[in-house]
Design a binder for this molecule. Structure first.
Ligand SMILES: Cc1cc2nc3c(=O)[nH]c(=O)nc-3n(C[C@H](O)[C@H](O)[C@H](O)COP(=O)(O)OP(=O)(O)OC[C@H]3O[C@@H](n4cnc5c(N)ncnc54)[C@H](O)[C@@H]3O)c2cc1C
Length: 416
């Protein structure tokens, strides 16, 4: 069923009785060409592109909970491609381009809103670093724009320009950045994949891999054994636990990241704003709530909830740039488990076990990557070679000394 203005009219006139379920609820078959482990954004987009672009049909997505229960439904919805490193920038720009055509492509309203992202800077050296980043972005085809203090005073008068401990000197804009309704992305990809015949199986936890003579031949799951020619893992915060079932130890740690939403306010923030002298970023949802977050909690955990010191730290960051939010009531907060890699960059790669593939290490930036991650993972699964924009996202890059250290923090997963 295609969604269109005509369909809304037709259904409206017939009592809205003809809408079909957005995806089927099939039982698993005995064997698939590809099993995707994890029905988050990346797993579902992989299934969608595998079926749509690479013509494969005999695919299952196995999800231990329900679609949207992981980070795809927990993130702060920001998309951007303001990356600098050669191994990252073309990939994230490819992703942003896919976002720009996504809703027409999968015929679903994901509320893609290119309302801009602004990274504030507070010192001359920080401005120089942002100019360097902007130049790298422009050179690889992305948009970037430097704003001085006078421009920001005109555009964003509510920021604290006059009394701040870290005065705002300007900012780096990416106008094509913005926000997307996160769970609609999961639903849109699920619907698209299902319409191409992909079996999406919820409440089906993968509990082991069948590996014979170095070849992965299928999975063990809470719904029984299922054979597969290829098994593609993308379970985000559960990466280390799931890959340990295949005897693999990953260069990834799991940490919790919290997000916060306030009561609804009148439209105030035109786009996404990030603080440059602490970790705080904020946007305003279409319902009016301020959606914001900051640092990970900083200790290893698999719990989907955080602790109060980070709440205080994030609130301080917010107050440092926008004192007016001090009177706003916080409605909700939650946490998601992040797959923090050692250099802050992801993996889309084969493993040493034939037929077993891995996608993970997205840290807290994997939502914006959802379309490109799925596309490139599908390319790898279909061709057994990396997609041209994902050639550096290899598991052996630490052994080779080719890390993609976007922040220049070294091998410190808690700092990326
Ligand atoms: C608070 C917060 C804010 C964030 N903000 C942003 C942001 O603004 N911009 C951005 O780009 N990124 C952001 N991120 C990061 C982004 O959400 C993640 O990097 C991305 O969603 C991870 O990929 P995913 O969608 O596939 O993960 P998930 O949705 O977590 O999918 C993984 C799935 O695997 C399933 N699974 C686990 N184990 C098994 C098993 N054994 N068998 C079967 N299934 C299994 C899980 O149930 C889960 O549904 C944020 C994350 C959080 C938590």
């Amino acid at each position: 069923m295609r969604y269109s203005a005509f369909e809304i009219l037709k259904q409206g006139l017939s009592g809205n009785k003809g809408w079909k379920p957005v995806w089927r609820e099939p039982e698993p078959k005995a064997e698939y060409d590809v099993i995707i482990v994890g029905g988050g954004g990346h797993g579902l987009s992989t299934a969608y592109y595998l079926s749509k672009v690479y013509g494969m049909r005999n695919i299952a997505v196995l999800e231990k909970g329900w679609l949207g229960s992981g980070n795809i439904g927990r993130n702060t919805t920001i998309i951007r491609s303001n990356y600098m490193m050669p191994g990252n920038q073309p990939f994230y720009e490819f992703s942003l381009k896919l976002w720009e055509g996504l809703e027409q492509d999968f015929n679903y309203n994901a509320m893609v809103s290119q309302r801009s992202i602004l990274n504030l800077f507070h010192s001359d050296p920080q401005r120089d670093a942002f100019v360097r980043r902007a130049n790298a972005m422009i050179l690889s085809g992305a948009d970037a724009e430097l704003a001085d203090e006078a421009q920001l005073r005109r555009e964003l008068p509510f920021l604290d320009f006059d009394n701040a401990r870290f005065p705002i000197k300007g900012g780096l804009y990416q106008r094509r950045g913005g926000t997307v309704r996160h769970d609609a992305v999961a639903w849109g990809y699920a619907r698209g994949a299902d319409s191409h015949g992909v079996d999406i199986i919820q409440n089906c936890e993968v509990t082991g891999f069948d590996i014979e003579n170095g070849v992965c031949t299928g999975v063990q799951s809470s719904k029984g054994r299922i054979r597969a020619k290829k098994v593609a893992v993308c379970v985000a915060g559960s990466s280390s636990r799931v890959m340990s079932l295949a005897g693999m130890r990953l260069p990834i740690e799991s940490h919790v990241l919290q997000a916060f939403v306030t009561e609804g306010l009148k439209p105030t923030l035109p786009g996404v704003i990030t603080f440059g002298a602490g970790h705080f970023y904020v946007s305003q949802s279409d319902k009016g709530g301020l959606v914001f977050g900051g640092d990970i909690d900083g200790y290893n955990t698999y719990a989907q909830r955080g602790n109060l010191p980070v709440v205080e730290d994030v609130a301080e960051g917010g107050m440092a740039i926008m004192p007016m939010i001090g009177r706003t009531r916080l409605l909700r907060s939650w946490g998601g488990v992040m797959d923090m890699s050692m250099d802050g960059s992801p993996f889309i790669d084969k493993t040493h076990i034939e037929g077993l593939y891995f996608n993970g290490g997205w840290c807290y930036g994997g939502f914006k990557a959802t379309p490109a991650s799925g596309y490139c993972y599908a390319h790898l699964l279909a061709n057994d070679t990396p997609h041209p924009v994902a050639t550096e996202m290899r598991l052996d890059r630490f052994k080779r000394g080719h890390i993609i250290d976007e922040k220049g923090q070294g091998n410190q997963p808690n700092l990326h």
